[in-house]
Design a protein around this ligand. Structure first.
Ligand SMILES: [Zn+2]
Length: 219
């Protein structure tokens, strides 16, 4: 029996990964992290989705992350903007820590397949979202815990429009569109329409829907 643990925020990407994991594994567990994120709704949203999908959901206290670093996701006083190297929404070490914690919990629950929605194709170039980091992390985790984890990154090389396409292939496009929270202002579904996350999400959706429409016209 193959058991997977999905690193889950309640956003578009990780929700698409949750549907993907449900298709590919016998048993799926979602894991979310409470790190004092700007919008508490994010965790409620994650809880509701896990419940809808009938998936066991663990929420881990990761508040230490907010103590270690100040950034726009954990401090209302910091604006979301382009930083010197990365946008101010970049939380150094976040994905790294989340993966490690997911592996620690996953090992105890016998979930050796870890699924994360990171992508290096269409984002702000966060270093711990890149494929070479994930491969390195996989080796490091296996060595540190004497285990055979497999990290799956179904979105790694997909553009935002291709992520929408994947959710459509999983019969989940409408669900993802209506129930997930990606917006930096904490507005569920189509979001505020103004922030960088909404812009990416909406542009990707428009692109995909136009492409889909095109396919129908050709037929
Ligand atoms: Zn927004």
């Amino acid at each position: 029996m193959k058991k997977a643990m999905v690193v889950f925020s309640g956003g578009q990407d990780s929700t698409t990964c949750l549907f993907w994991a449900k298709k590919h594994f016998d048993d799926v567990i979602a894991i979310s992290f409470d790190y004092g994120q700007r919008h508490r709704d994010e965790l409620d949203c994650a809880k509701a989705i896990a419940n809808d999908l009938n998936v066991e959901h663990k929420i881990i206290d990761a508040s230490i992350l907010g103590q270690l670093t100040e950034n726009a996701l954990t401090r209302d006083s910091i604006d979301i903007e382009e930083g010197e190297s990365y946008p101010t929404t970049f939380v150094e070490g976040r994905n790294h820590m989340f993966l490690l914690m997911a592996a620690i919990v996953g090992k105890q629950l016998d979930a050796k397949h870890l699924v994360t929605g990171v992508s290096e194709a269409d984002y702000s170039g966060y270093p711990d979202c890149r494929d070479n980091f994930i491969k390195s992390m996989n080796v490091t985790m296996n060595l540190s815990m004497d285990e055979n984890f497999v990290i799956h990154t179904p979105l790694m090389f997909l553009s935002k429009s291709e992520v929408w396409k994947l959710s459509d292939e999983l019969d989940a496009l409408d669900y993802v569109r209506e129930n997930t929270l990606t917006c930096y202002e904490g507005v569920i579904a189509d979001g505020c329409g103004q922030c960088p996350a909404c812009e990416l999400r909406q542009n990707g959706l428009n692109e995909y829907l136009a492409e889909k429409e095109g396919v129908f016209i050709e037929q």
